[in-house]
Design a binder for this molecule. Structure first.
Ligand code: ADP
Ligand code: LRH
Length: 477
């Protein structure tokens, strides 16, 4: 294999980055070109993404990339979208999935269409912000085209429209059985089918960058390639698994906890457990459930004026464990707000003592997340029939030693932590595979396993306190 360099644009809900990925025989190396915060902006009561600010940062990042890039790929958080008018102009700023416009909408759509139909067709977990519910709350009268966030950026870079499949699978409008947009759901919802662009696969060339983008970034002829444009799909593609019997936790703003399968699980039990069948790279199924994740910590840090995280985690590690717990998936934690106050009130309601100060609050959050990881891993195994020998925890959360250790203890399974930048790696490796410099998915994962710093956490061996806590909270079914 010769050398090749690819650029990955990875937009997470808390921060974005542009990375260069250098591939040489037996090696993949990421170099950060630009990192920037992703801060939602509330405008006249509505919570928006600053999508032009993000795009500006993408252009700046690409400008700093070395010459000779083979291609660039874009991934981001799921479900959110921009609407284009008939002239291809963006109608308004994309709305954040945590905005309150969807309050009560999911319940209405579920009552009208029925859970059975929705799950049978899309295989998607019921989350109030899924695109399908956002559309039911939106004004589509001037919309000609809907583009999910990475597809919108791809459009601005190339002028080409399309819907990359892994991210399209998070809309609730894609039929998990035949992989096409569901005419049945679109009709029932009154969403014009024409606004949904043709689907594209990870690895497909979207096109060369527009002339103005080439001039602005200094990369004439740069090609944009579709990757697993749902960030979680790219993260799972780079999980350093060396066996089939693995589970993953893609741990950042959210914890996405599950297994990789060849076919969806659409049973009633699975629907009741609110498990999702999202599309993975290579047609795999990401069978998982969203756990509220480090959002609880991020939002608490914001409330405390952003103190030093490593110091706070050290303090939290010295706080006695399992004294205070919340159900992190309680919908009350979804919107932005005073998270420490919500956590304290939740503890009180559940009969636990309130955390006194940040260290106890952080310990409560991490114990609660580890417990939710345990419960979700066990359910994923039970509902899918997949046995799990090891849990790969990837993303920013893999830097949190306390969370990794607690997750290993709670789940009673070894946790392999890293890579931190799994999503950018998955993005780069999908481009490298399309370019023919890396083989199949297993080869890509083996390369990650052999080259990236990973740490292994063995479980303590006694899960009884965790099992009791899960029962106490009513989480273990
Ligand atoms: P997203 O892609 O959703 O924006 P990331 O994968 O970038 O999320 O992960 C962000 C999270 O990583 C932060 O919320 C924080 O909890 C965690 N993190 C970042 N740096 C550190 C650190 N030095 N120690 C522990 N945790 C960290
Ligand atoms: C993680 C993520 C997750 C979605 C959520 C909206 O960044 O893409 O997979 O459920 O954002």
């Amino acid at each position: 294999m010769s050398e090749a360099t690819f650029a990955a644009v990875d937009l997470g809900a808390s921060s974005g980055r542009v990375m260069a990925g250098h591939l040489r025989p037996g090696s993949v190396e990421l170099v950060e070109l630009r990192r920037f915060p992703n801060r939602p902006v509330r405008v006249a009561g509505t919570l928006h993404w600053d999508v032009l600010g993000l795009y500006g940062n993408v252009l700046d990042g690409l400008r700093g990339a070395p010459p000779g890039l083979v291609s660039v790929g874009v991934d981001s958080w799921a479900v959110d979208y921009g609407l284009l008018d008939s002239a291809g102009r963006l109608i308004g700023n994309p709305v954040h999935y945590r905005d309150s416009r969807t309050d009560g909408v999911m319940e209405r759509v579920r009552a009208e269409l029925g859970d059975d139909l929705l799950y049978r067709v899309s295989g998607l977990q019921f989350l109030p912000f899924n695109t399908i519910y956002q559309l039911a709350a939106d004004d589509l009268s001037r919309a000609s085209t809907l583009l999910l966030i990475p597809d919108l950026l791809g459009y601005w870079l190339t002028g080409e429209v399309g819907a990359e499949r892994t991210n399209a699978s998070t809309t609730g409008l894609l039929d998990v059985r035949d992989g096409a947009w569901s005419r049945e759901l679109l009709e029932k919802l009154g969403v014009p089918a024409g606004i949904l662009p043709p689907l594209r696969e990870p690895g497909e060339v979207i096109g060369p960058v527009r002339a103005d983008v080439a001039a602005e970034t200094g990369h004439p002829g740069l090609r944009v390639v579709a990757v697993g444009s749902h960030d979680t799909a790219s993260a799972v593609a780079a999980v350093p698994a060396t066996t089939e019997r693995f589970a993953y936790i893609s741990c950042g703003t959210w914890s996405l906890v599950g297994v990789e399968l060849d076919a969806p699980v659409l049973t009633e039990e699975s629907r009741r457990a609110n498990f999702t069948n999202e599309g993975g790279v290579d047609g795999k199924v990401r069978y998982l459930r969203n756990v509220m994740g480090l959002w609880l910590l991020q939002e608490s840090l914001r409330a405390w004026g952003d103190p030093d995280l490593p110091a706070l985690l050290d303090e939290a590690a010295r706080v006695p464990g399992l004294r205070r717990l919340v159900d992190p998936d309680d919908p009350e934690f979804l919107p932005p707000g005073d998270m420490p106050a919500r956590i304290a009130a939740h503890c009180r309601r559940r009969g636990y003592p309130e955390p006194a100060g940040p260290a106890e609050t952080v310990r409560c959050i991490l114990d609660s997340l580890a417990l939710a990881h345990r419960v979700t891993l066990r359910e994923a195994a039970r509902l899918s029939g997949r046995e799990i020998d090891v849990v790969h925890l990837v993303g920013g959360g893999s830097r949190n030693d306390l969370l990794c250790r607690l997750t290993a203890d709670a789940a009673g399974l070894p946790v392999v932590a890293g890579p931190v930048e799994a999503t950018a790696l998955g993005n780069v490796l999908t481009q490298a595979r399309a370019h023919g410099v890396v083989g199949d998915l297993a080869d890509a994962r083996a390369l990650v396993a052999a080259t990236q710093p990973l740490r292994r956490w063995e479980p303590s061996g006694d899960e009884s306190a965790w099992a009791a806590a899960a029962a106490d909270l009513g989480l273990e079914r």
